[in-house]
Design a protein around this ligand. Sequence first.
Ligand code: PLP
Length: 374
Amino acid sequence: MVDLKAQYKKIKPEIDRAISDVINSTAFINGPVVKEFQAALENYLSVKHVIPCANGTDALQISMMALGLKAGDEVIAPSFTFIATAEVIALLGLTPVLVDVDPGTFNISPEAVIKAITPRTKAIVPVHLFGQNADMDAIMNIAKQHNLFVIEDACQSIGADYLNADNVWKKSGTIGHIGCTSFFPSKNLGSYGDGGAIFTNDDELAVKLHSIVNHGMTVRYYHDNIGVNSRLDSIQAAVLKVKLQHLDEYAHARQQVAAAYDKAFRGHAELIVPAHNTRSTHVFHQYTLQAVDIDRNKLQQFLATKDIPAMIYYPVPIHLQKAYLDPRYKAGDFPVTEQLCQSVISLPMHTEMDAEQLNHITSAVLEYLEGARK
Ligand SMILES: Cc1ncc(COP(=O)(O)O)c(C=O)c1O
């Protein structure tokens, strides 16, 4: 699905130097490069505070801890997402309240959020799925009206822009009270191991977040908060500092691939190409088609015979996952999500795709459609 080796080869001297500098300094944890990367990311995002941490899942968990959410508090999240979004809610003893998504953009439905609000609701977690921002103006308005926190799950959308109601472009993850991202290697800004970060413009919250990621300390060995051990290590920060300089160029490369896929598949009744939210750019963490009246799994198998990986993100909605079964929910409750889980298929998407690879993939998909029509 990705070609991290080809990407590495292009920036090898910069990356190798950055890693070797950390090894020579032996400042493996909390080395100066972590602060340097933090500052570079704050600048890129135009956000006051970036709090680096160990992964995107921790970023979400730490955010909920910092907001003081307590057992029994309800947190609204989409049922069509990666498990981490709901996992941390459950792990903290909060109550995940799942809602359906928009059939075009795959993102949380503001109408569904409104219907799910109760007196116990404390927060909303919009997930900017596959690299495109959710309808943040609507979400922020709902949050304001009901006095709720908004934690953006921007794990797949770093670098995407959102044009808000005041006609100001904002970076994904900097619109809500807190934003979270992941630097998992295959992410748009991927490290060479695990990594994550939290964003906020709130000074007080930032102090708390910095403390929680480091055992709840503000002064060494004085623990003001119950915290966790969730640090971004220096080698990952060094890699990310280099790769951040290429992030926009990577997004552009992904957008070119998406445009080529759109061109090849648009107009074929068996496939729905990804819809665009007109107020958001799309950084295509994934390029995800919906299959209509064709067997999506057979298409995946056909592509595999031609050495083309295709993935199903996600085959099972959260409310039907074994560990998350809950008498509040049953099959049929979230028809859009359930339909998407049956029909989506994501094609290879990366920064190093060449014309030959693209042609191989699009021809194979079209060949399958031809065969299926017979
Ligand atoms: C939507 C979403 N949320 C959360 C995460 C968790 O990030 P991580 O794998 O870094 O813990 C991911 C990434 O896998 C994700 O895609």
